[in-house]
Write a protein that binds this ligand. Sequence first.
Ligand SMILES: [Zn+2]
Length: 194
Amino acid sequence: MIHPSAEVSPQARIGPDTNVWNEAQVREGAVLGANCNIGKGVYIDRDVVVGDNVKIQNHASLYRGVVIEDGVFIGPHVSFTNDRRPRSITPQGRLLSDDDWQPEPTLVRHGASIGAGSVILPGVTIGRWAMVAAGALVTHDVPDHGLVKGSPASLTGYVCRCGRPLQAGEGASPDQWRCSACEATFNLPALRSK
Ligand SMILES: [Zn+2]
């Protein structure tokens, strides 16, 4: 379903059973997978790639260079960025064009979640099943299952595939992390103490 008020380029590809809601814009060359939900007012820039089963909440902005793998959640008003040194003009005052720079790629891996209002700096990889807390400013890569918070965001723990926090192992296996809700276990590096 594409809402009549959405603007989807004829050069974009939209997978089956993907919904694009009111006033969203999907630019030329963008590729969206199957079963996605693209919320009201979302902006998907040209050549952005989105996998299957992805939820993008209202007014999130995904700019050129962003790749989203399957099963990712992107909260409302999340901003991706693709230019580490943004300028509108040259030192001489000439307006810069699209040809004057190359976007830095950003990757969000399978099953990760990005909380509302977060800002993701360019060149970052957010690992599989990672969780970015609401309002975080992500300046560095996030490891698989990593929970990051704050501005700039720092790693404070790990989360399970079910979204609950993981507890660190004890004794012989400090790298063994366990979910008390679903009892899944994961081998993840011990957190550095502060
Ligand atoms: Zn779990």
